[in-house]
Design a protein around this ligand. Structure first.
Ligand SMILES: C[S@@+](CC[C@H](N)C(=O)[O-])C[C@H]1O[C@@H](n2cnc3c(N)ncnc32)[C@H](O)[C@@H]1O
Length: 213
């Protein structure tokens, strides 16, 4: 863990995401300070990494995308799964994701914070979560989110910042892959790859999740 605990509440973080959804283009979900060309090439690389992990699990029946944002990655997931449930806590982000997935009949949307998402009776084959858990600042809420993820899916593709070249703001918290593995009951790392976004280093991990406790 690299930073002191934030005093921000979950409500303040939610309000910030409503504000970010009103930005233009990829700045809605990526660093507004980075040039568009870098955001675009990093997005292409992120899609490639997510696709690579999903291809390793093929065939994928059901996928849960946690924190789908503007739907930057949702069509990539939908191309590799029979059905996708895309979840986000921010209404305007879900509206953008619905527009990005217009014409994709296998994608459904649900609004909920990950730490409160309902646990399904039948597990998803895979959950995909890219740059979302770093915005869950409170450690108890993060632990609850990880419990729900582990109870909801058989595998997890997890991408989160581990090291930031430009210090992250008050709305993010850097944690290492080991921190997440510890919080995910029964987790086993299958493969770790890396994603460099202008000097900000993220891990892109494929994780097998254990049986429901
Ligand atoms: C950095 S964006 C990433 C979006 C998408 N995963 C991508 O890579 O393009 C973070 C997204 O997570 C959502 N989010 C943040 N905290 C969340 C939480 N606790 N539960 C669900 N969604 C959350 C935000 O609304 C936002 O859409």
């Amino acid at each position: 863990m690299q930073q002191a605990t934030h005093a921000l509440t979950a409500g303040e973080v939610a309000a910030e995401w409503e504000r970010r959804a009103a930005r233009d283009g990829l700045a809605r979900v990526m660093r507004a300070s980075q040039p568009t060309a870098l955001a675009e090439s990093t997005t292409a690389r992120t899609r490639e990494l997510v696709a690579g992990h999903l291809d390793r699990l093929a065939p994928v029946g059901s996928a849960l995308e946690i924190g789908c944002g503007m739907g930057r990655l949702t069509p990539t997931i939908a191309a590799r799964a029979s059905r996708v449930l895309a979840l986000d806590m921010t209404g305007p982000m879900l509206d953008l994701a619905r527009a990005a997935c217009a014409g994709l009949s296998t994608v459904d949307f649900h609004r909920a914070p990950v730490q409160e998402m309902p646990v399904p009776r039948r597990k998803f084959d895979v959950a995909v979560c890219v740059w979302v858990l770093m915005h869950v600042l409170d450690e108890d809420e993060l632990a609850e989110a990880c419990r729900r993820i582990a109870a909801s899916a058989r595998h997890l593709v997890l991408v989160e910042y581990e090291r930031a070249h430009v210090p992250v703001g008050r709305y993010s918290r850097l944690r290492g892959l080991a921190d997440y593995l510890e919080l995910l009951p029964g987790a086993r790392l299958v493969e770790r790859r890396e994603l460099d976004y202008g000097g900000d280093l993220s891990f892109a991990a494929l994780i097998e999740l254990g049986e429901r406790a």
